[in-house]
Design a protein around this ligand. Structure first.
Ligand SMILES: Nc1ncnc2c1ncn2[C@@H]1O[C@H](COP(=O)(O)OP(=O)(O)OP(=O)(O)O)[C@@H](O)[C@H]1O
Length: 317
C-alpha cells in the first residue's frame, strides 16, 4: 500500500493538478494507495503519523508537493521508517533534484513504484529536521521575501518558479546588510567579517537548482557548509551566475567547510530557513543524523550497479 501525501497549494496549485495526473496513472497501473490531503505544515506530521498507524503494510509515503511539504513530514517518516517518495510539484523541487528524481510526474511515479531506496542523512537543528539545507543570512532573507511576495504566485502561475528566486535575489540585494559571523564546525571556531550567508547543506542545491554546495552528498554522514563573506554588493551579484553551475566555490570570498556538526552565530539576528521554511532568527546548531531517512531514488539503481547488488535500500551519496 502506498500513501500519497498531497499539498494542493504547493507550486501555486501545481500540487492538485499533479495529483489529478498521478491519480489517473495509479488507476491504470492498478496500484493500491491511500491519498492524504494535508492542510498545513503544522498539522501534517500528526496527520501522517495517524494514517501510518492504521496499518503495517506501507511500502512508501509519496509526497506530491515541494520541498516545504517534504519538510513537514520528515519527523513522521523518520519515526515510522517508511521510505519517502517524491512527485515534484513545488516551485524549487531541490529534494527531487538532489535525489535525481525526474521532474515530470509520470516518470517520477514510475521510479517511485520501482521501490529502490537509498539511506539519506537528515539535518537536525534544535529538533527541526531538514533534508536539503539549512540556510542563514542573505539566502534565508531571499526565501522569506519570496514566500511573502506576489511575484512568487505570478511566477508559479506561468510555470517559472525559478524566476521568482531570481527576482527575490535582486529585491533582497537592495536592503540586506552583511555582518560578522562565527561558524563552529566540529568544534573548530572561525569568524568571518561582513558575512552575507552561511548555508549548511545535505543536498547540492536549493532555491530551484542553485548549486550552493555542489559536493554535498546525501548519504555521506557529513554537512557541507558554504560561507560567503567580505564581498561587495556588485561582487555578490556577479557571484550568482557562477552558483548556477557551482563554480563559486573557488572564489576568494567563499569558504567551504565540511563536518558532522555546525554552529552559526551572526552578530545581529539573521533569518534561517530549512528546506525553504522559516526557522526563525536564533543562532543555529545543526547536527547530521546519518542515514536517518530512506528515500526512493533512481540513485539507488546506479549505486546497486556499482556495488553489484540488487539495491533495495542502499547507503546513498
Ligand atoms: N504538508 C503540508 N500541507 C499543506 N501545506 C503545507 C504543507 N507543508 C508546507 N505547507 C505550506 O505550503 C507551502 C508551499 O508548499 P511547498 O514548499 O511544498 O511548495 P513550494 O513553496 O511551491 O515549492 P518548493 O518548496 O519546492 O520551492 C509551504 O511554504 C507551507 O507554507
Amino acid at each position: 500500500m502506498y500513501l500519497f501525501i498531497i499539498n494542493s497549494r504547493s507550486g501555486g496549485g501545481a500540487g492538485l493538478r499533479t495529483w489529478h495526473t498521478i491519480q489517473a496513472l495509479l488507476e491504470k497501473r492498478a496500484a493500491a494507495y491511500e491519498a492524504l490531503l494535508t492542510h498545513s505544515a503544522d498539522s501534517a506530521e500528526s496527520q501522517v503519523l495517524q494514517t501510518l498507524a492504521r496499518r503495517e503494510d506501507w511500502r512508501a509515503a509519496i509526497v506530491v508537493g515541494g520541498d516545504g511539504t517534504i519538510h513537514s513530514v520528515l519527523g513522521a517518516l523518520r519515526r515510522s521508517g517508511v521510505p519517502l517518495g517524491v512527485i515534484p510539484a513545488g516551485s524549487g523541487n531541490d529534494t527531487a533534484r538532489g535525489f535525481s528524481i525526474p521532474l515530470a510526474p509520470e516518470a517520477a511515479l514510475d521510479h517511485a513504484l520501482q521501490e529502490r531506496c537509498i539511506e539519506a542523512d537528515l539535518l537536525n537543528a534544535a529538533g527541526v529536521l531538514t533534508l536539503t539545507a539549512v540556510a542563514s543570512g542573505f539566502d534565508a532573507q531571499v526565501a522569506v521575501n519570496v514566500n511573502a511576495s506576489r511575484y512568487k504566485r505570478l511566477c508559479n502561475a506561468i510555470g517559472a518558479g525559478r524566476l521568482a528566486y531570481i527576482i527575490g535575489v535582486l529585491h533582497t540585494l537592495m536592503t540586506f546588510k552583511p555582518c560578522r559571523v562565527s561558524v563552529t564546525c566540529d568544534g573548530k571556531e572561525q569568524a568571518y567579517a561582513q558575512a552575507w550567508l552561511v548555508s549548511v547543506c545535505n543536498l547540492p542545491s536549493y532555491g530551484g537548482g542553485l548549486l550552493i554546495c555542489p559536493q554535498a552528498e546525501s548519504g555521506d554522514g557529513l554537512l557541507d557548509v558554504c560561507v560567503v563573506h567580505g564581498v561587495s554588493r556588485g561582487q555578490l551579484l556577479r557571484l550568482f551566475p557562477t552558483v548556477v553551475k557551482g563554480r563559486h566555490t573557488k572564489l576568494p570570498y567563499v569558504t567551504m567547510l565540511r563536518g558532522r556538526s555546525v554552529a552559526v552565530h551572526f552578530a545581529q539576528p539573521r533569518h534561517a530557513i530549512g528546506d525553504g521554511e522559516a526557522l526563525g532568527t536564533a543562532p543555529l546548531a545543526v547536527a547530521c543524523e546519518p542515514g536517518a531517512l530512506r528515500v526512493l531514488s533512481p540513485l539507488a539503481a546506479a549505486s546497486a550497479v556499482a556495488a553489484g547488488a540488487a539495491g533495495s535500500c542502499l547507503t546513498g551519496g
